[in-house]
Design a protein around this ligand. Structure first.
Ligand code: TMP
Length: 202
C-alpha cells in the first residue's frame, strides 16, 4: 500500500511520520520511508535547487516542473519498485503538495499542475493520504523559515490550506483529514486508527 502525508508548514507532519515509523518498527511492520522532494540522489539535488533562498529568480513554472521531475525519479527509482515487491511505502508529501502549493497558492491552476504531474506520477496515486488539518495562521507551532518556500507570506500558507481543503472534496475519500492535537501522541493515535481502518497497517 502507498500512504502519503500532507499538510501545511509547521503542523508537525515530519514528527508524525517519525512516530508512525517508531510504531511500525516496534511492532515489526516493515515499510519504505521517503520524502518529497528528495529520497533519491537526483531528487535530493533537485530539492537543493528548489529550497535555495538565493534562487530568487526561479519562475513558477520552473518550480512546478522541478517538483514534478523530482517526483518522476522517486516514483520510478523507489516507490513503484517497492509497491511491486508488495511493500508498504510511506511518503512525506506527494502530488497533492504540488496541487495545493503550486496549483492553488501560486495560482498556477489545478488542472495545469495535474497535467504537468501526469507523466511524473504515471497514474500512481496513494491508497491513503493523511492530511494534517491545521490552518497555519491557527497553528501553535512555528516553523524554521529558512528555505525559499517557507519564507512565503502567511497569506500564501493559508492559501495552501484552502487548496488542500478543496482537494479533499474531489478525492473520493482518499485524502483523510486528521486534526492535530496539542499532544502529539493523541495525533499519532488518530493516524494509527485511520491507517488500521484502511488496512494499511496492523
Ligand atoms: P517539507 O518542508 O515538508 O520538507 O517540504 C518542502 C517544501 O516544498 C514545503 O515548503 C512544501 C513545498 N512543496 C511544494 O511546494 N510542492 C511540492 O510538490 C512538494 C512536494 C513540496
Amino acid at each position: 500500500m502507498f500512504v502519503t502525508f500532507e499538510g501545511c508548514e509547521g503542523v508537525g507532519k515530519s514528527t508524525q511520520v517519525k512516530m508512525l515509523r517508531d510504531y511500525l518498527d516496534r511492532t515489526g511492520q516493515p515499510a519504505v520511508y521517503v520524502r518529497e522532494p528528495g529520497s533519491t540522489h537526483i531528487s535530493e539535488q533537485i530539492r537543493n535547487i528548489i529550497a535555495n533562498p538565493e534562487n530568487t529568480e526561479m519562475t513558477d513554472i520552473t518550480e512546478a516542473m522541478l517538483f514534478a521531475a523530482s517526483r518522476a525519479q522517486l516514483v520510478r527509482e523507489v516507490i513503484r519498485p517497492a509497491l511491486e515487491r508488495g511493500e508498504l511505502v510511506i511518503c512525506d508529501r506527494y502530488v497533492d503538495s504540488s496541487v495545493a502549493y503550486q496549483g492553488y497558492a501560486r495560482g498556477m491552476g489545478v488542472e495545469r499542475i495535474k497535467q504537468i504531474n501526469a507523466p511524473a506520477i504515471d497514474g500512481l496515486l496513494p491508497d491513503v493520504t493523511i492530511f494534517l488539518d491545521l490552518r497555519p495562521s491557527e497553528s501553535w507551532r512555528t516553523f524554521k523559515n529558512t528555505d525559499r518556500l517557507e519564507q512565503e507570506s502567511a497569506d500564501f500558507h493559508d492559501k495552501v490550506y484552502d487548496g488542500y481543503i478543496a482537494e479533499i472534496k474531489g478525492s473520493n475519500g482518499r485524502i483523510i483529514p486528521v486534526k492535530p492535537d496539542f499532544d502529539k501522541k493523541v495525533t499519532a493515535e488518530r493516524i494509527l486508527e485511520v491507517l488500521r481502518e484502511k488496512g494499511a497497517i496492523k
